[in-house]
Design a binder for this molecule. Sequence first.
Ligand code: 6GU
Length: 272
Amino acid sequence: MKFNEKVQQTREYLLSRINQCPSIGLVLGSGLGILADEIENSITISYDEIPHFPVSTVTGHKGRIVIGDLKGKHVIAMQGRFHYYEGHSLEAVTYPIRVMKALGVKQIIVTNAAGGINPAFKPGDLMIIQDHINLTSQNPLIGPNEEEFGERFPDMSEAYSKKLSALTKEVAVKEKIKVVEGVYTGVLGPSYETPAEIKFLGIIGASAVGMSTVPEVIVARHCGLEVLGISCISNMAAGISEQSLTHDEVMETTEKIKAQFLQLVKEVIAEM
Ligand code: 6GU
């Protein structure tokens, strides 16, 4: 079946379950899925019910979408995303972005847990993503161009919306939430980086590193979605702090920062 036909079938199915189309999409990273629990008048659909949707496996990811109202906006949230390191193709990893576009979404907020490389960062910081470096040696747009979605050579000169970043900074000041800004580097994982790799990433301009977001943002820009990216700095990367890295530390820090993360994103949505 042709790619766009698949997306249309997924869209038809979701439309049959909802009564209003979302305008904002949320991709919720490790430990940040709780934002979806705040959505009102919500309809929850697990990924395995949705035609052509991949199924998630990593712990801390629920694997469902929640559609409803948040701060006066109609939103669609992915609680649990797909990662390349799980063995999914990049087509699968980015499929939900195409589905959001097909449902009428105009803006997306992508969130993740990331390792801090900028030595001024602290675990628990919220970082507005200014830009990214794709270090995956992969690109989700490889293959015949999906003309229905966008052009062959999409511009990435403003991958992350300056307008939405500025809005987020304003909201953070108003809400007295500390935010930092920086460049997110996307790698494949699943092993964390060595200290030498982190030193290299720092030299090339990375502020933080993680295993998601880049493929989704490439596909989002291809189809013209406006993107806001927020990283929760869950730990410092290898060699930046003495501590060795564990997924448990990532989950513990996100647990602590949850309240501020929720408040920030909700107030931003209110102003979008
Ligand atoms: Cl240190 N590295 C990567 N690749 N992903 C992470 C991380 C580090 N910390 C949280 N996610």
